[in-house]
Design a protein around this ligand. Structure first.
Ligand SMILES: Cc1ncc(COP(=O)(O)O)c(C=O)c1O
Length: 437
């Protein structure tokens, strides 16, 4: 298959320029860099308005779970649209969603409340944690990302410049980022010293009102940083020491992405609250808060209209979740992601020795990070300009990736054809080995 961009992007350039006359600034960096205007998409492939074929490993940052235009998904949503009411009624779609989710949710975390944006679900998770505990403080982690509204932004250390003041009662601790250990230690001999550091932060900062520890099981925006085994279980113990909850933000990692239905299933741990979205709807904007029946019964969260939202559980959203969940289960996609992700990681890891800019390759399932450094010894991150040039070199070679910090992030669809994935990884390897500049 011929993939890649040729010199002629005239239609895209004109199309993009017209759109930008009205669209506001601040779009995703990779969209601004690529100026991709996509006419059609299927599986893992995009075709732009200039008829270039591009492999999509950007996957909307993990949203594209079952591939673009999965035939079963297209048929189900089209049929739903023809009869769908506008409103969050009980509906056949909602019943089908409930039955589909039963196959993915693990007791006791078997209740879900639906929203339409990730940050909205995270905010609902904070409200639920406050309702359960009667407390209002939160600990989150350096490098984490949880959204851009006030509560989720306050959890997102490092992205607040110019947006203050932040609400009181939010504090943060170093994440288990072993490539760049903030404590200058090495895993496993460190004995998860960063968890002790989190405990210290709570002791120093909290007024005794810690409601929850909020953590990503794999830090997505920081470049798919994977913590060592046992990290979530150790954080759950810390939360319990302070009579607080563990909230696991699975927005990117949930619904098969890391090779299990939820990333926390890789560990023997039961969080109190899980926030989900992205891959759950297969492209439809639907997100959720998952918890136990007992937690969800807590007021004020449980009071009428207290945890609802305008679009939560509209039939189209429910149909999207039901169909995506059915496809995930029936096509065994978490297992495919686990096996193929491990194989792709094996193919990519040598780049840390062979490619001039690659500092580390890491990942879990089909969430893969390739961290770019200017100097392998000091691990100095590449500049934004080098990141952009590398991203554009990959795009020219026909591969669209996501970025985050100084890392290239790969999120193929969970049903990506294994041969296409291997070929794409070859293209990435060859481009990075050549040196993008
Ligand atoms: C872990 C995590 N939580 C929350 C969010 C916020 O989601 P949204 O952009 O839909 O508000 C994101 C988005 O990337 C995310 O990765």
């Amino acid at each position: 298959m011929a993939i890649g961009l040729t010199a002629d992007r005239s239609r895209s350039d004109t199309h993009w320029a017209h759109e930008q006359e009205v669209i506001g600034p601040g779009l995703q960096a990779v969209m601004l860099w690529s100026k991709l205007c996509v006419e059609r998409a299927e599986g893992a492939m995009l075709t732009d308005v200039d008829r270039h074929d591009i492999v999509d490993f950007q996957g909307a940052g993990g949203v594209n779970s079952i591939g673009h235009a999965h035939p079963r998904y297209v048929a189900a949503l089209a049929a739903q649209l023809a009869t769908t009411p506008t409103g969050a009624f009980g509906s056949p779609a909602r019943l089908d969603m409930v039955n589909a989710l039963r196959r993915l949710l693990r007791a006791p975390l078997d209740r879900i409340q639906l929203y339409s944006g990730g940050t909205e679900a995270v905010e609902a998770g904070l409200r639920l944690a406050k309702s359960v505990t009667g407390k209002h403080e939160f600990l989150s982690f350096w490098g984490g990302f949880h959204g851009k509204t006030l509560g989720s932004l306050a959890l997102t250390s490092g992205a607040r410049k110019g947006l203050g003041p932040m609400p009181a009662g939010f504090f943060s601790a170093p994440y288990a980022n072993c490539y760049r250990c903030p404590l200058q230690l090495t895993s496993p001999s460190c004995g998860l010293a960063c968890v002790d550091a989190a405990r210290d932060v709570i002791k120093r900062e909290s007024t005794g009102a810690l409601a929850a520890i909020v953590v990503e099981p794999v830090q997505g925006r920081s470049g798919n940083v994977v913590p060592p085994d046992g990290y979530l279980a150790a954080l759950k113990e810390v939360a319990e020491e302070f009579d607080a909850l563990l909230v696991v933000d699975e927005m990117m990692t949930g619904f098969g992405r890391t090779g299990a239905a939820m990333a926390h299933h890789h560990e023997d741990v039961t969080p109190d609250i899980v926030t989900v979205g992205k891959g759950m709807g297969g492209g439809y904007p639907v997100t959720g808060v998952i918890s136990t029946a007992a937690h969800m019964a807590s007021a004020p969260f449980s009071e009428p209209s207290a945890s609802s939202s305008s679009f939560g559980a509209f039939p189209l959203a429910c149909r999207a979740v039901a169909t995506t969940a059915d496809v995930l289960v029936e096509e065994n996609l978490a297992e495919h992601a686990r096996k193929l992700g491990a194989e792709l990681l094996d193919l990519l890891r040598p780049l840390a020795d062979e490619a001039p800019l690659v500092g580390e390759v890491r990942g879990l399932g089909l969430a893969i990070g390739i961290e770019l450094v200017a100097d392998k010894a000091t691990k100095e991150p590449v500049s934004g300009e080098v990141l952009r040039e590398t991203f554009l070199a990959l795009l020219e070679a026909g591969v669209l990736v996501m970025t985050g910090g100084n890392t290239l992030r790969l999120y193929p669809p969970l049903n990506v054809d294994a041969d296409l994935a291997r070929e794409t990884v070859d293209v990435i390897g060859a481009t990075l080995t050549r040196g993008a500049r």
